[in-house]
Write a new protein. Structure first.
Lengths: 162, 152
């Protein structure tokens, strides 16, 4: 009889099905804030002097400007990158209109355009979220009408997501 | 006469032993994970490609000297914010002491967080990490993780 009891005990303890305490739920949260970031391959663009007859279009010495735009926005929204000149190119009292600078574009969402000092021009648009890499190749329309001098202007890129 | 007495004693022993086995089984394990909620801090993916959450403390106790015990963890679902999701494969953990704890990648299937044999009673620290990305939509994401202590 004692042997039977031991056998029953062994059968009870040896049940192969797994047991366990009640599962412990733990809640994880993560807040993704709306944010944008922009990286340019160069902070300057330099157009070299050249004969307008042989070089009617001047390319920047820095070559194509590589842009990396990142945007974490609300789903279904669009990130927009724009470019605006602070003024025309100026050298003392001499002026080259900002519109003399144009660009071609490469990369998904990047578009060509013409610089303006009065209106921000679109460089690219993308659905958010995501990061996008492209390039702008700037050209300056050369002319005999430009007075001798060293011209400069500040360009401002703005990346926004609603 | 003697044989009947022997049977009665034997049956009594049987019930007592079964009762003891039942009690021992019910007290075999305990698991506590604190805190019951944690957050991955918001961070710029450029500067913080991997986000560490504050560590969780796991308190476990195994009695009854089982041949094997195991603590598992799984996610009920992806990190979710409305229609936006972050796949659980972007989440991993590290844990100490190792062993019996080990590191791993989160899944919606049970993953082994720790395992051992025999009795155990200890505290452990588990830190979850999230791969950060610009591909996550803005929003407040949440998910439920399930910790389970399993004994045979």
């Amino acid at each position: 009889v004692v042997g039977t009891a031991v056998a029953l005990l062994a059968a009870t303890v040896g049940v192969p099905a797994a047991q366990g305490v009640a599962p412990m739920p733990v809640t994880a949260t993560f807040v993704v804030e709306q944010r944008v970031a922009l990286t340019l391959s160069s902070a300057t663009l330099t157009f070299p002097d050249a004969n307008p007859e042989t070089q009617p279009q001047l390319g920047a010495l820095e070559g194509p400007l590589t842009i990396r735009a990142r945007a974490a926005g609300q789903p279904g929204t669009t990130a927009v990158l724009t470019l605006q000149a602070s003024d025309d190119l100026r050298s003392g009292l001499d002026v080259i209109p900002a519109g003399a600078i144009t660009w071609t574009a490469s990369g998904p969402g990047f578009v060509p355009g013409t610089l303006s000092s009065t209106t921000a021009q679109t460089v690219g648009t993308w659905a958010t979220p995501g990061q996008h890499v492209g390039a702008q190749t700037f050209l300056l329309a050369n002319s005999w009408q430009y007075a001798v001098g060293s011209y400069s202007v500040r360009l401002t890129y703005t990346l926004v997501t609603p | 006469m003697n044989a009947m007495s022997g049977n009665r004693i034997g049956l009594l022993s049987c019930f007592l032993l079964l009762g003891c086995a039942s009690v021992a089984s019910a007290q075999r394990s305990a698991l506590e994970v604190t805190p019951a909620a944690f957050s991955f801090p918001s961070a710029d993916p450029d500067t913080t490609p991997v986000i560490d959450a504050p560590p969780l403390q796991v308190h476990y106790r195994v009695t009854g000297n089982p041949a094997q015990w195991m603590i598992t963890v799984r996610a009920q679902d992806a990190l979710t914010s409305g229609m936006s999701t972050i796949d659980v494969s972007n989440e991993s953990w590290t844990a100490t002491p190792a062993p019996p704890f080990n590191s791993g990648t989160l899944s919606t299937m049970d993953q082994t967080l720790a395992q051992g044999t025999g009795n155990a009673h200890a505290f452990a620290s588990v830190t979850f990490s999230l791969r950060n990305s610009w591909n996550y939509s803005a929003g407040t994401y949440s998910q439920t993780l399930i910790f389970t202590l399993v004994t045979p």
